[in-house]
Ligand binder design. Structure first.
Ligand SMILES: Nc1nc2c(c(=O)[nH]1)N[C@H]1C(S)=C(S)[C@@H](COP(=O)(O)O)O[C@H]1N2
Ligand SMILES: [Mo]
Length: 398
C-alpha cells in the first residue's frame, strides 16, 4: 500500500461540495432495495463479462476475415465455422440486453454516492466506468439496428463505428475488472445466507435475467438454426423465404445490375499469369459442373443452407495458368460503386474444391436476385464476401 503522504501527493483529495447540494438521489438512504449487493453485482458481472468477451472475440474474427491483415489466415473448412462464430456473436450480443440492464440496475445508486468525486484517481475511475457504460450501450444498440437492417438512425458507417467502439469497450472493461477485482472476489466468494426480503430473491432475479437472455436467444436464433425457425418471433429474417427459398440481401434492381446481368454479350473475364480469357455462358456451361451444399452466413446474423451447382474456381484459374487454384484472387461484380462490388479470395478458399462460381441454386437456374448469371459461393466465408453477378476473376502475382 502507498504511504499516506505520497498517496496524497499523487492522488490529492478533492473538496467535498456543501451539504446543501445533497438533494434528490444524492440523499442518504434513497435506494433501499435489499436485493442490491456485491454478490448480485459480481454474479451479473461475471456472466456479462463472459457474454461480452465471447461477443468481442467472435466479432474480432468477423472483422479480421473481412479486412485481413498480412499475418491473418482463415481456413476454408469446416464449412460451417463462420456461420457458428457469427451466430454466436449475434446471440451473445443480444443476451447482453437483459444482463446489462440488470447489472446497471444493481449499481446505478453508486452514481449518486456522496461526495461525487473523492480524489483525482477516484474521479478518473468513475470516468472510465462512464466510458464503459456508454460504449457497451452503443454496441448493443448499433448491433441490434444492424440485425434489424435499420441503418437510417445511424449517421455513420456501422462496421467501422462498431469495430472501434468494441476496442474502447473492452479496454474500459479490463480496467474496470482490474480496479474492482477485490470487490468481485469478495462478491463471488460470499456464501452468507440471504436475509428474507419478502419480495424477489437474488436467485429469483438471476433466474429471471437468465430466462430473459435464453428467451431472446431462442426468439432470434431461428435466423440461423432451422429447428428454431417457428419460434423466431424476434428474428427479422426467415431463412427460408425469398426467391428459391433463400433470403436476398440486395436485389438486382437495387444493385442496378439488371441490364448488365441479362446482356447477351456477357463474358466472364479471367486473368492470371498465362493471360486473360473471356468465357461466354455457353463456354461456362460446357465446363465440368460441380454441386456443393454451402450456407450463406450474413454478418447480420441470418444464415441458410443452400445447394449450389457451378464451375470450380480452381478449374477456371487453371485456364489462365494458376496450378491447383493456388492464388489470391480478386472477384469483381458487374455491380458498380458498392462496398460489396468486389471481394478477395485467399488461397485456402481459391483452391478449395467446394468454391464455385454458381450457375444454379437448388437445381434451378440462379435467380437474378441471387447473382445471375454467376455468383461466388465459397465455404466458411461471410455472406458479404460471396460476391453476386461476377464479372471478373483476377489472380494476383504471388
Ligand atoms: N454484387 C453483390 N454481391 C453481394 C451483395 C451485394 O450487395 N452485391 N451482398 C452480399 C451479402 S451482404 C450477402 S449476405 C450475400 C447474400 O446473398 P443472397 O442475396 O443471394 O442471399 O450476398 C453478398 N454478395
Ligand atoms: Mo450480408
Amino acid at each position: 500500500m502507498l504511504r499516506a503522504p505520497f498517496r496524497r501527493l499523487i492522488d490529492p483529495a478533492l473538496p467535498t461540495p456543501p451539504d446543501a447540494f445533497r438533494r434528490g438521489p444524492f440523499r442518504a438512504g434513497v435506494f433501499r432495495s435489499a436485493l442490491r449487493s456485491e454478490r448480485l453485482t459480481s454474479q451479473l458481472g461475471l456472466w456479462l463479462g463472459i457474454a461480452f468477451g465471447t461477443c468481442f472475440l467472435t466479432g474480432l474474427i468477423s472483422h479480421l476475415i473481412q479486412h485481413p491483415p498480412g499475418w491473418f489466415w482463415w481456413p476454408s473448412r469446416p464449412v460451417w465455422l463462420y456461420r457458428a462464430t457469427q451466430g454466436i456473436h449475434v446471440a451473445t450480443g443480444l443476451a447482453t440486453v437483459p444482463l446489462l440492464g440488470a447489472k446497471l440496475w444493481s449499481v446505478y445508486p453508486r452514481l449518486f454516492t456522496w461526495p461525487p468525486a473523492r480524489t483525482v484517481v477516484h474521479t478518473l475511475e468513475r470516468g472510465s466506468v462512464a466510458v464503459l457504460v456508454a460504449a457497451a450501450l452503443f454496441q448493443v444498440v448499433t448491433g441490434i439496428l444492424n440485425v434489424a437492417r435499420w441503418y437510417t438512425p445511424m449517421g455513420f458507417f456501422f462496421t467501422t463505428a462498431h469495430y472501434w467502439t468494441a476496442w474502447l469497450a473492452i479496454g474500459a472493461l479490463l480496467l474496470h475488472i482490474a480496479v474492482q477485482l477485490p470487490v468481485i472476489r469478495r462478491g463471488l466468494a460470499d456464501r452468507a445466507p440471504e436475509p428474507a426480503t419478502g419480495g424477489l430473491s437474488r436467485r429469483g432475479l438471476l433466474a429471471t435475467v437468465a430466462g430473459s437472455a435464453v428467451l431472446i436467444t431462442v426468439a432470434t436464433a431461428g435466423e440461423t438454426v432451422p429447428a428454431l425457425n417457428a419460434v423466431s418471433v424476434l428474428g427479422p429474417r426467415r431463412p427460408d423465404t425469398g426467391p428459391q427459398h433463400l433470403p436476398v440481401n440486395t436485389s438486382a434492381r437495387n444493385a442496378q445490375v439488371v441490364a448488365a446481368a441479362t446482356d447477351p454479350a456477357y463474358r466472364l473475364r479471367i486473368s492470371g499469369p498465362a493471360g486473360t480469357r473471356l468465357l461466354s455462358l455457353a463456354d461456362l456451361d460446357a465446363l465440368p459442373q460441380h454441386t456443393a451444399s454451402l450456407p450463406i452466413a450474413c454478418v447480420e446474423g441470418w444464415s441458410a443452407d443452400a445447394v449450389w451447382t457451378g464451375i470450380r474456381v480452381a478449374d477456371l484459374l487453371a485456364l489462365v495458368g494458376v496450378p491447383d487454384g493456388n492464388a489470391q484472387v480478386l472477384v469483381e461484380s458487374l455491380q458498380q460503386h458498392s462496398r460489396y462490388a468486389s471481394s478477395i479470395l485467399a488461397p485456402p478458399h481459391a483452391r478449395d474444391p467446394l468454391t464455385l462460381l454458381a450457375r444454379k441454386l437448388h437445381g434451378q437456374p440462379l435467380a437474378l436476385d441471387h447473382g445471375y448469371p454467376l455468383r461466388l459461393i465459397a465455404p466458411n466465408r461471410p455472406g458479404v464476401l460471396q460476391t453476386k453477378c461476377v464479372a471478373a476473376l483476377t489472380a494476383a502475382d504471388r
